[in-house]
Design a protein around this ligand. Structure first.
Ligand code: PAF
Length: 288
């Protein structure tokens, strides 16, 4: 496996290949990331992972400075999974001058849910992903694949919409969320939890599963009862000491609330949630 830091070295390393399969990450890799690499491997003629903690997607009060940087351990794990090439640029490599051009995703998709609680987050994500696609795919002649985890459900939708609206020659593949044996979605931020919090953390996924059950049980009454069910789910989590940002039932197609015109079927909905446990903010979701 080759590790490169500069765009020049990345392009030189990609020269012999036609069809990269790409996994963008911010490092501090866990089994969920490695599953993305396994998904990517059969798709292209070279498997590329990037490791870059992207300042643009962090608000000033968020954990950019403390986000774990574990390059050597990450490279060891990627090598074990058979990743071919790791692109780990420094900030100067990726943003040699302040990134004035930004990708502005559509408000109705990017200013709700995560975007509401983390203003600017999806501008930062879209901008870096557009740039990373440019770095990794610009010389490719064959199919180009990029793999994203469904744990970041809204992020994946934003990226898909970006690819579609900019007619980028990239196929986005969604990989299922990987979970710990108790059901907690794997996340780099789980590492911030202390022992007691780690035991409690699975309650977010349990609350979302209960909300999904309630949503299906409400059937055609869901549009009328949705807010009540969501409030009840958030109160239940808050009673356990969490600070929920949202627990909500949405249409899979556009993440808007289901309306009376929508037939409520098992395939049409997704439940999504974000909540803080102590100082750690966790997110999770389930397709209903
Ligand atoms: O999901 C992530 O780790 C990041 O948001 C991504 C896609 C690597 C962009 O920085």
């Amino acid at each position: 496996m080759k590790l490169v830091h500069t765009l020049e070295d990345l392009r030189a390393a990609l020269q012999p290949y036609d069809s990269p399969a790409f996994v963008p990450t911010m490092g501090n890799l866990h089994a969920g990331h490695l599953d993305l690499v396994r998904t990517a491997k059969p798709l292209g003629d070279v498997t590329v992972a990037s490791i870059f903690v992207n300042r643009l997607q962090f608000a000033p009060h968020e954990d950019f400075d403390t986000y774990p940087r574990t390059l050597q351990a990450d490279c060891d794990k990627l090598a074990t999974e058979g990743c071919d090439l790791v692109f780990a640029p420094s900030e100067k490599d990726l943003y040699p001058e302040p990134q004035g051009f930004k990708v502005q995703p559509p408000s109705e998709l990017a200013d709700i849910l995560e975007g509401h609680f983390r203003p600017g987050f999806f501008v930062g994500v879209s901008t870096v992903v557009m740039k990373l696609f440019q770095c990794v795919f610009s010389q490719a002649k064959g199919p180009r694949y990029a793999v994203f985890g469904k744990k970041d459900y809204q992020q994946q939708m934003v990226i898909r919409r970006m690819v579609q609206q900019f007619a980028l020659p990239v196929t986005v593949i969604g990989a299922e969320t990987q979970r710990a044996p108790d059901g907690l979605a794997l996340s780099s931020r789980n590492g911030y939890l202390n022992e007691t919090e780690r035991e409690e953390a699975v309650q977010l996924s349990l609350a979302l599963r209960a909300l999904a059950r309630d949503a299906l049980a409400a059937a055609d009454g869901l549009p009328a009862h949705r807010e009540g069910l969501e409030t009840r789910a958030m109160h239940a989590l808050a009673a356990r000491g969490w600070q929920p940002d949202y627990l909500t039932v949405r249409r899979r197609v556009d993440l808007q609330p289901p309306t009376a015109q929508d037939a409520v079927t098992a395939q049409s909905l997704v439940v999504l949630g974000a909540a803080r446990l102590g100082t750690t903010r966790l997110i999770d979701n389930f397709e209903v």
